[in-house]
Design a protein around this ligand. Structure first.
Ligand code: UDP
Length: 238
């Protein structure tokens, strides 16, 4: 472990939307590659990294339900979408020489490992990036909640939420010019002010387990490594 590294083990939540790039559906290979490179750089700092990948770029249960589909059934489709994204990320990481394992909360033995907590921990101890797919494995949940849950299970030092902006703002900085970025917030403030950081279930799990959350811009090249050094722009929730 190098001196400048503050964190030993972290979980990065990457939403499905983050993988779309400028497209409005599916995966943009260059964007996936750029994020994989940033992850590889952090792995090179000897930080143990695990990932939870969303599926919103392909399918969201809530949209399926709005279209008349049974909600639980639609949620399972959403979870399957996260497995596709996880496989894409695995491929991009392995291209960069990063050893990875995908573990799915819905067993799919022909394509990846099933989620086994102790096995995932062992992979991480060996320096492999573990990508957690299929969310929590339960309908009516989100991958944000899965991220908080896995981060606690893996005893991570911090949960990183990579978003499209460099932290949590008082208003949408893309719409409101003088929106203010918070350096630090409490879990309570996030819940009470209904700030759209992660869903309430995820914030609650983090709060109950003293898991700090850091929100940063996943699209700023090198931002993940900067955050690991305590530099750059981000919002910390504690
Ligand atoms: N999902 C689910 N249970 C989980 C995680 C995800 O049912 O534990 C479903 C849900 O339908 C969700 C979809 O998978 O809409 C994709 O996940 P999410 O919307 O969290 O992805 P993101 O917004 O991060 O891209």
């Amino acid at each position: 472990q190098t001196d400048h590294t503050r964190y030993r083990r972290v979980l990065l939540k990457v939403s499905g939307e983050a993988l779309m790039g400028r497209r409005d559906y599916g995966l943009d290979t260059d964007t996936v590659a750029a994020i994989a490179q940033d992850i590889a750089d952090v792995v090179a700092m000897r930080v143990e990294v695990c990932l939870v990948i969303g599926g919103g770029n392909i399918f969201r249960g809530i949209s399926g339900a709005a279209g008349g589909m049974d909600r639980a059934q639609a949620d399972y489709m959403g979870m399957l979408a996260t497995v596709m994204n996880a496989l894409a990320m695995q491929s991009a990481l392995e291209k960069r020489g990063v050893a990875t394992r995908v573990q799915s909360a819905i067993p799919m033995s022909a394509v990846c490992e099933p989620y086994i907590r102790r096995r995932a921990e062992r992979h991480m101890e060996k320096g492999r990036v573990v990508i957690f797919a299929a969310g929590t494995g339960n309908p009516f949940f989100t991958t944000d909640t899965a991220a908080a849950l896995r981060a606690v299970e893996m005893k991570c030092d911090v949960l990183l939420k990579g978003t499209q902006v460099d932290g949590v703002y008082s208003a949408d900085p893309r719409k409101v010019a003088d929106a203010e970025r918070y350096a630090e917030l409490t879990y309570h403030e996030v819940l009470a002010r209904d700030l759209s950081v992660m869903d309430a279930a995820a914030i609650s799990i983090a709060r109950e387990n003293d898991l700090p959350i850091i929100v940063f811009n996943i699209h700023a090249p090198g931002a993940f490594a900067s955050v690991m050094r305590g530099e750059g722009k981000f919002t910390r929730i504690v």
